[in-house]
Ligand binder design. Structure first.
Ligand code: ADP
Ligand code: ADP
Ligand code: ZN
Length: 213
């Protein structure tokens, strides 16, 4: 099972991808999480990626593709994976398609979590992420049991630097310019499925499970 999550920043890709990964027993792979882990550990890759992320821009394809291909080549990906935040450009999608073709393989579904721009800024300002395990919450919609403390690991929750409203607007623009064309790309491949991401988290997940079977 190879699944791609598409959608604007803050649409709920990560939230749903984690639930899919758990239900179907495949790894959840977020390029954003990989970059953030590298920033935290102050690796060379992290320092390079941070320059782009802080401005709400995409990290260059060359760098991103390499990281993703290394990750999906690992043993735990043998039975599939859920990609969250990759691909984000047509060239990234093409590299993935070609890499899988070489293995006589292909992505099964690209799931577009559809949320209008008006809802996005509100969602992002309420998003809180765990500094330790990357779990995400929303101060209104999906609150942690104890304010500012991660349910899963007890660490502190923070507002991501790039979730400030001015950066979110940049990211939305980048999404429309560079990522939205992927909707056509996967429609043409016959594997695009759209879910209404404005519904409650559990209802969105039910719709996804119906698609995946
Ligand atoms: P969100 O889930 O809110 O859309 P992500 O965690 O997926 O955010 O991504 C955060 C940032 O990491 C992006 O704004 C971008 O700078 C960088 N990034 C993540 N994935 C990619 C990718 N596939 N290509 C280029 N940049 C990426
Ligand atoms: P993405 O990975 O697409 O950037 P996230 O999964 O991190 O998005 O979700 C963005 C924010 O919206 C988070 O604060 C998350 O808790 C919240 N959220 C996710 N799904 C829903 C939903 N169906 N309804 C309301 N809030 C949601
Ligand atoms: Zn945590």
């Amino acid at each position: 099972m190879k699944i791609i999550m598409l959608g604007a920043p803050g649409a709920g890709k990560g939230t749903q991808a984690k639930m899919i990964a758990e239900k179907y027993g495949v790894p959840h792979i977020s390029t954003g999480d990989i970059f953030r882990a590298n920033i935290k550990n102050q690796t060379e890759l992290g320092m390079e990626a941070k320059k782009y992320m802080d401005e709400g821009k995409l990290v260059p394809d060359e760098l991103t593709v390499k990281i993703l291909l290394d990750r999906v080549a690992k043993e735990d990906c043998a039975n599939g994976y859920v990609l969250d935040g990759f691909p984000r450009t047509i060239p990234q999608a093409e590299v993935l398609t070609e890499a899988l073709e070489k293995l006589n393989d292909a992505v099964d579904y690209a799931i577009d979590v559809d949320v209008p721009d008006e809802n996005i800024v509100k969602r992002m300002s309420g998003r809180r992420a765990c500094v330790n395990c990357g779990a995400t919450y929303h101060i209104v919609h999906i609150p942690p049991k104890t304010e500012n403390i991660c349910d899963k690991c007890g660490s502190e929750l923070i507002l991501r630097d790039d979730d400030k409203p001015e950066t979110v607007l940049n990211r939305l623009k980048v999404y429309h310019d560079q990522t939205q064309p992927l909707i056509d790309y996967y429609t043409q491949k016959g594997i695009l499925r759209t879910v209404d991401g404005t519904k409650d988290m559990k209802d969105v997940f039910e719709d996804i499970v119906k698609i995946l079977g």
